[in-house]
Design a protein around this ligand. Sequence first.
Ligand SMILES: Nc1ncnc2c1ncn2[C@@H]1O[C@H](COP(=O)(O)OP(=O)(O)OP(=O)(O)O)[C@@H](O)[C@H]1O
Length: 257
Amino acid sequence: MLELKGISKYYNVGSVNEMCLFQDFNLNIEKGEFLSVVGSNGSGKTSMLNIICGSIPVESGQILIGDTDITKEKEYKRNKRIGRVYQNPSMGTCPSMTILENMALADNKGKLYGLGRGTNKARIEYYREQFAQLGLGLEDKMDVKVGSLSGGQRQAMALLMSTMTPIEFLILDEHTAALDPKTAELIMQLTDKIVKEKQLTTIMVTHNLRYAVEYGNRLVMMHNGHMVLDKKGKEKEDMAIDDILTLFNEISIECGN
Ligand SMILES: Nc1ncnc2c1ncn2[C@@H]1O[C@H](COP(=O)(O)OP(=O)(O)OP(=O)(O)O)[C@@H](O)[C@H]1O
């Protein structure tokens, strides 16, 4: 359904620092798949997400959704069907606006004007319900500026905001990495709930091997711009953290770490 086909990606082209990250890189993600991506630092995880979202161009290859080639489609257009949550809770929310204003903004993503739909009574009630389920007390802080919230509260908001409009794909780039263990767990449970309810095709980059094993139905490990592990279904279910750790250690030794 979402396919990266024969992708080549170079950085610093034409300079002494030119480097080839991906050479003929291929990845095919089925509709409804929840893909966890782990891998060494600099293996190309974030670059892969950026390529999918259209944040960076590729030198060659195709990005396909179904039969449609979106390789040249601008990022803002792709954003209509893709929601993205970043590692930094500050990204994806506007600190100087209230919770209500942020939610209304997200609700109106892709539209030209106004906060109207987001601020009518029914929608406010809907936001309240969404927040009440989180158990973070945000439902009573709708007029509070987002800048004064904790990282976990902001990340929960970012997750709700990015999945508010009818998207098909959810891109999570280490979205629990900056949170304390308890809040990270809460955000992971919320993620899983939203992904299942909305049947989103999801790619989650994480350094947390337990989350990679426990969540999702496919697990990919990347190293130096290559996929060195790709397990789905039963094979993925049967994987234990130790299995991934062993492979991870082998890769690290190969790198001299
Ligand atoms: N804008 C850029 N300009 C030049 N090189 C870049 C750029 N972005 C990434 N790179 C390089 O591409 C490689 C892959 O980086 P990327 O951020 O995709 O890896 P990653 O797997 O997400 O790493 P991490 O786990 O550390 O976040 C690295 O060697 C990095 O230095």
